[in-house]
Design a protein around this ligand. Structure first.
Ligand SMILES: CC(C)(COP(=O)(O)OP(=O)(O)OC[C@H]1O[C@@H](n2cnc3c(N)ncnc32)[C@H](O)[C@@H]1OP(=O)(O)O)[C@@H](O)C(=O)NCCC(=O)NCCS
Length: 172
């Protein structure tokens, strides 16, 4: 990342609950209007924050978040512009649950950069494969994951009857 005002940091180095509130408040900018609250279950910010990543733009102040938990340590000052939630399983799968970049910051390599960092850390944690999942209609996600070298397979009923999903895989 050559833009010095874009700073990548582990999710666990921040207050993950404050970050969750910030990301949910800004989800229209990250997810093109989709309601993705269900993807941001607190477990990804409490128990699984260890492999999460956030990129902040030091030139953009964080917007006030209504409903944020008061009294938290270390609240963010500059805005999150990209983030990745993921974990490494006991059987060696580095799983990226979500990756997103703000519309204003797309096409600058931020998601690719976070995936590269996640891959390094997943290898260190013993991962042998990388996985991610998306819906078949998410053409941007499919294009992105293909561009970073993942193999895409459509799996019927993956998430229940009629709920096909694209599974992205890459062996390490
Ligand atoms: C998918 C997403 C995370 C990509 O973020 P990004 O920071 O713009 O991606 P990058 O700039 O790192 O792009 C990396 C590569 O993917 C390609 N790519 C990314 N988005 C693409 C798109 N919509 N269409 C075609 N190619 C795309 C880029 O061209 C680039 O390829 P290159 O390096 O060979 O030129 C972003 O579009 C997004 O936040 N979408 C909404 C959230 C979402 O659907 N997330 C995925 C499901 S979890």
């Amino acid at each position: 990342m050559t833009e010095r005002h874009l700073v990548a940091m582990p999710l666990s180095s921040q207050d993950p609950i404050a970050v969750r509130a910030e990301l949910l408040a800004a989800q229209r900018d990250f997810w093109d209007g989709r309601d993705t609250t269900h993807l941001h279950h607190p477990v990804w910010f409490r128990q699984f924050a260890g492999h999460g990543l956030v990129i902040r733009d030091l030139t953009v102040p964080v917007a006030p978040v209504s409903g944020a938990v008061p009294g938290l340590l270390n609240p963010p000052r500059s805005a999150a512009v990209a983030y990745l939630l993921g974990a490494v399983t006991a059987d060696g799968i580095g799983y990226v649950h979500v990756v997103a970049a703000r519309r204003s910051h797309r096409g600058r390599g931020l998601a690719r950069r976070m995936w590269a960092t996640f891959e390094t850390r997943a290898r260190e944690a013993g991962a042998k494969e990388l996985h991610a999942i998306t819906t078949p209609g998410n053409t941007g996600s499919i294009a992105f994951h293909t561009a970073i070298g993942m193999t895409a397979v459509r799996l019927p009923d993956y998430s229940g009857p009629g709920e096909d999903r694209m599974l992205f895989r890459r062996t390490l």
